[in-house]
Design a protein around this ligand. Structure first.
Ligand code: TAP
Length: 454
């Protein structure tokens, strides 16, 4: 059986060898999920809720261990990795409240009673990227299980360690065999099997827009349900009347969190021309203050990129002669390091401005007025996230409504909250995860009419 060697991105040293799931093994896992399905959907709502709470508790008892695995296997700073493991616990706990609340409707009709049921959709495949291996796994898995579906998760080939461990913890918590399985391996093998197998009824995919389009096309052959969470190129719009000091102080975390390997990265900063220079002056010390280094050390804010290949891709957006305004620091020696990098002024056709870099590179460009800011923010195939900084509440609301994006923060760079909906406009995705309505994506509405006529 082929194995994948997980490397520590901060040291380039091997961390673990993980057996790759073959297509035949994926088929066997799908058969186990199908076998588990009938019993899982019959588990009483209160019992299913209790099992999810037990799963959350077991994850909660292993936050430290999971975080350490993510730090060595994915290079995430220790504090961030603990937050990510805690997010899995919290999402499981949030959706553990769902089974008893999965209510249908009673609709008035003549001659009988009309009721709707939210039936489980069937076996769900969750395909996860390498940038946030734990949270993105939890966002798909928790509501799918709560709705009564067996789930098969495929972590990214490079970052399987925490997902595999969370799969073990599910069994420890008492989830029945076959209800939640984790299949490490390649997208081209395991991912494709989940997409092509008729017994998998729904795919939740998070990853690049390019692969997402291919997966949608594959799912279309069986009219398979899909939720797509794809790329982003979000704008951070700073108006002249904003609290400039706060906007500049917080811009680095919005662009460089997870070393910029974040679909929500505000990687384009649009600044009103009259405060453009002042904003750059305030941004420079904030960027230079970002602590880049050993992710295992407490207090580190930014770790390495995921791999040598990815670092080469990120570096290609900053070629010799690129308009680098200033940069933060990065360690020398082994590890896939790349310093926080600010490009300004940038041509509007520069790939660093138009494409998702997925690294710590941000472009700062000026705009004249509100209409131009909105037009520039929307001039992208993506629409996932963004921020607006202004002291004018009317403008904040106008711009927040006008920017074509699924998640927007005013005078903040709020991250994703598990109890509010999350997803993209345009080519950033299809459907919504998280929040109170997430179970809709994992159920089919069934309408039943019962005649009462004599
Ligand atoms: P991708 O290369 O698209 O891979 C994502 C997942 O899909 C991996 O598990 C991958 O497996 C699998 N995969 C790749 N090709 C496949 C195929 N042909 N069939 C089935 N599965 C396949 O993305 P990535 O580089 O890991 O992640 C970065 C991207 O994800 C960025 O564009 C980022 O914006 C996006 N992202 C979006 C969000 C949201 S919520 N919108 C959140 C995080 C990330 P392998 O391991 O074999 O590659």
């Amino acid at each position: 059986m082929p194995v994948f060697t997980v490397l520590n991105p901060a040291t380039e040293e091997p961390v673990a060898e993980v057996e790759q799931t073959s297509a035949a093994d994926a088929d066997a896992a799908i058969a186990r999920a199908v076998a588990a399905q009938a019993a899982w959907r019959k588990v009483a709502p209160g019992e299913r809720a209790a099992l999810l709470r037990a799963f959350a508790d077991v994850v909660g008892a292993h936050i430290g261990e999971l975080a350490e695995l993510e730090t060595v296997g994915s290079g995430h700073p220790a504090g961030q990795a603990r937050w990510e493991a805690g997010n899995v616990r919290d999402v499981l706990r949030y959706y553990s409240a769902a089974p008893e609340r999965l209510c249908g409707k009673q609709i008035p009709v003549p001659g009988g009673l009309d009721v709707t049921f939210h039936e489980p959709v069937g076996v769900v495949g969750v395909i996860v990227p390498w940038n946030f291996p734990m949270p993105i796994l939890g966002w798909g898995v928790a509501p799918a299980l709560a709705a009564g579906n067996p789930v098969i998760a495929k972590p990214a080939e490079r970052t399987p360690l925490t997902a595999v461990r969370i799969g073990e913890l599910a069994l420890e918590a008492g989830l029945p065999e076959g209800v939640f399985q984790v299949l490490p391996g390649k997208g081209s093998v395991v991912g494709q099997r989940l997409i092509g197998h008729p017994d998998v009824r729904k795919i939740v995919f998070t990853g690049s827009s390019e692969v997402g389009r291919e997966i949608m096309a594959g799912c279309a052959r069986q009219v398979k349900r899909v939720t797509m969470e794809l790329g982003g190129k979000s704008a951070n719009i700073v108006f002249a009347d904003a609290d400039l000091a706060k906007a500049a102080a917080t811009a680095p975390v919005a662009a460089f969190d997870n070393a910029g390997q974040d679909c929500c990265a505000r990687s384009r900063i649009l600044v009103q021309r009259e405060v453009y220079q002042r904003f750059l002056e305030l941004l420079e010390p904030a960027v230079k203050a970002v602590t880049v280094g050993d992710p295992a050390r407490e207090g580190t804010e930014m770790g390495p990129l995921i791999s040598a290949e990815h670092r080469a891709k990120v570096a290609s957006y900053v070629p010799a002669g690129a308009p680098v305004a200033f940069r933060g620091s990065a360690p020398e020696g082994p590890g896939y390091w790349f310093p926080p990098t600010v490009l300004a002024p940038v041509r509007l056709d520069d790939p660093a401005y138009t494409e998702e870099v997925f690294g710590p590179v941000v472009a700062v460009v000026p705009f004249e007025d509100e209409a131009q800011a909105v037009a520039m923010a929307n001039d992208t195939p993506y629409g996932l996230s963004g921020s607006v900084w202004t002291g004018d509440v009317g403008r904040a609301i106008r711009v927040a409504r006008a920017v074509e994006t699924g998640n927007l923060s005013v005078n903040s760079h709020s991250s994703v909250r598990y109890w509010t909906p999350f997803g993209g406009f345009k080519q950033s995705g299809l459907g919504r995860e998280l929040g109170p309505d997430a179970l809709d994506a994992f159920t089919e509405t069934k309408n039943v009419f019962i005649a009462t006529d004599e």
